[in-house]
Design a protein around this ligand. Structure first.
Ligand SMILES: Cc1cc2nc3c(=O)[nH]c(=O)nc-3n(C[C@H](O)[C@H](O)[C@H](O)COP(=O)(O)OP(=O)(O)OC[C@H]3O[C@@H](n4cnc5c(N)ncnc54)[C@H](O)[C@@H]3O)c2cc1C
Length: 505
């Protein structure tokens, strides 16, 4: 491997690490601004209609069979190998287990946009105000508008044609309060124009997708027909045409600062099983909250990034609490029919205590002959997915070479309110809501690299640049100074758009 004493050779104007919402939006914007951009992603391209139609052949399927162990890429436990247990280098899920909290993230080109439930939501008003110089809601507003359109957030023309859609499925029940005008969030799915699913559609950028067939699986194990918006299809395929270079199966292991010239990345090519060094004057880190914190903590420990005193502070879980709520016993409902999320609901008497989505159960990736039975079982319960602005008082740190992190629900009043709401839904509906009230399972880890003008309190400034490290930027939810308390990906995409917009060619 090349050390810091060798000549600095830039492989691109900018290297982007990670291809989820943050990395894909940033890479696409930078290519549009005329820069040469290299995107490094540890996972493979996923086999979907838009990717196949774009001519990409070296792909791996989305999980549909093989069981949960085949789906797991890596597992990071408080014991065992310090850098985690690698189960399957092309696996879909990356699990991090900490004290009081487990966090899940995804691996593959497109990152968490393959697992997401495609709900687009804006943060509370004033979320971005008074965080750092030059940053406020007004500065972010145009980015929210733009990424909302690009992710193709939409409402169905007729919600009644969409099975389980929250706008019609619960009429007449007392335990849900109807939403006001404009409160139902857009979904990033390609709704069929008619009740009948037609053939593939090509959008204005030449991306081919199928309209959603509501009787097929599109949930956390991805949407092979491309009917759920994913950032590999909507941002990366068009950017490839404009010169973006993507290296899938390339895992960044360490970031080294070359004081005057930029950054050298120690990278592992997981296909060839060999190490290489790639360098650029500017680097955008968008590996997702858990992996971005890990990379920075590890690189700091290796002596490459100075002290970064704000690193690891303010870790939060977006108030995530997931309950399982059985469908009514009369056999009238099947929770898995429809898009992955059925919409926002408000629990009567608890309208403002937390943000709640109702989603279909997910069919696990069992072998084909067990699929129908597993799907029927999944259809017998809804996921009640609550979010809130927790205290973000968790911590991420390095201890003897291992990333340790912790979060306790007890520090966040918002959790007591959410648990009350779940118990009330159970009492009002006469059907239990099952959840773990002690340990958090989060799909929305955030913080650890917070935005702040004070380097002791945060890691990045209002433009996403790491304090004391010119040219190193962060474009994922690790920068959030507080939980958004709603689905976060629209905000991650808007932040990435803002960060890339401030990087001059
Ligand atoms: C079941 C589920 C449902 C969800 N539903 C919604 C929803 O409806 N709405 C919503 O807003 N959000 C939703 N989310 C959350 C959403 O998935 C995340 O907010 C989003 O993916 C985070 O984007 P990101 O760009 O920060 O990181 P990610 O999407 O996690 O992308 C990071 C990428 O970096 C890659 N990477 C990591 N480390 C390295 C490395 N060392 N080298 C190279 N590459 C690396 C990863 O493989 C990954 O592809 C959901 C999440 C889950 C789990």
């Amino acid at each position: 491997m090349t050390g810091n004493n060798t000549e600095f050779h830039a492989d691109a104007d900018v290297i982007v690490i990670g291809s989820g919402f943050g990395g894909s939006v940033a890479a696409a914007r930078l290519v549009d601004a005329g820069m040469s951009v290299l995107l490094l992603e540890r996972g493979p391209w996923r086999e979907t209609v838009p990717v196949r139609e774009a001519g990409i052949t070296d792909t791996r399927p989305l999980p549909r069979s093989g069981g949960m162990t085949s789906v797991l890429r890596s597992l990071h436990l408080p014991v065992g190998p310090k850098s985690g247990i690698r189960l399957n280098k092309t696996g879909f899920l990356d699990m991090w287990v900490g004290q009081g909290v487990k966090a899940v993230c995804t691996s593959g080109v497109g990152g968490g946009s393959h697992i997401w439930a495609a709900t687009l939501e804006s943060p509370p008003k004033e979320f971005w105000n008074n965080r750092a110089d030059g940053l406020d809601d007004g500065v972010l507003a145009s980015h929210y508008n733009r990424v909302g359109k690009e992710l193709k957030g939409t409402q169905p023309t007729d919600a009644r044609r969409v099975p389980n859609h929250a706008d019609h499925a619960w009429e007449g029940v007392d335990h849900f309060t109807p939403l006001g005008v404009g409160e139902q969030p857009p979904m990033a799915v390609l709704y069929p124009e008619t009740a009948r699913v037609t053939g593939p559609l090509t959008d204005e950028q030449g991306i081919v997708r199928m309209p959603m067939d509501f009787q097929k699986d599109h949930g956390m194990f991805g949407s092979p027909d491309g009917s759920k918006s994913t950032v590999d299809a909507l941002y990366l395929l068009p950017a490839l045409q404009k010169g973006l270079v993507i290296k899938p199966m390339h895992e960044v292991r360490e970031i080294r600062r070359d004081r005057d010239k930029g950054y050298r990345l120690l990278v592992h090519d997981l296909q060839k099983q060999e190490g290489l060094t790639l360098s650029a004057p500017r680097v955008v880190l968008a590996a997702g909250t858990m992996n971005t914190n890990y990379l920075l903590l590890h690189s700091r420990q290796a002596g490459n990034l100075g002290e970064l005193p704000g690193l690891g502070k303010g870790f939060g879980v977006n108030g995530d609490l997931i309950g399982s709520w059985p469908v009514p016993g009369d056999g009238s409902r099947n929770s898995v029919a429809g898009p992955p999320a059925h919409g926002r609901i408000k629990i009567a008497g608890h309208e403002n205590s937390c943000y709640v989505l109702l989603a279909g159960g997910d069919t696990p990736p069992v072998p084909g002959f067990l699929h129908a039975r597993a799907r029927a079982k999944a259809g017998r319960a809804f996921d009640v997915v609550a979010m809130s602005q927790d205290a973000a008082d968790g911590e991420i740190r390095m201890h003897k070479g291992r990333m340790k992190f912790s979060f306790s629900m007890s520090g966040s009043p918002s959790y007591a309110a959410t648990i009350n709401a779940f118990e009330s839904l159970a009492a009002q509906s006469g059907r239990p809501v099952r959840f773990d009230g002690k340990n958090v399972f989060t799909a929305h880890a955030l913080g650890g690299c917070r935005i702040s003008d004070d380097p002791a309190a945060g890691v990045v400034d209002g433009e996403g640049q790491v304090h004391g490290h010119p040219g190193l930027y962060i474009a994922d939810a690790s920068v959030f100074p507080q939980p958004v308390g709603v689905p976060p990906s629209l905000s991650i995409a808007a932040w990435a758009s803002h960060v890339a917009g401030r990087m001059q060619p």
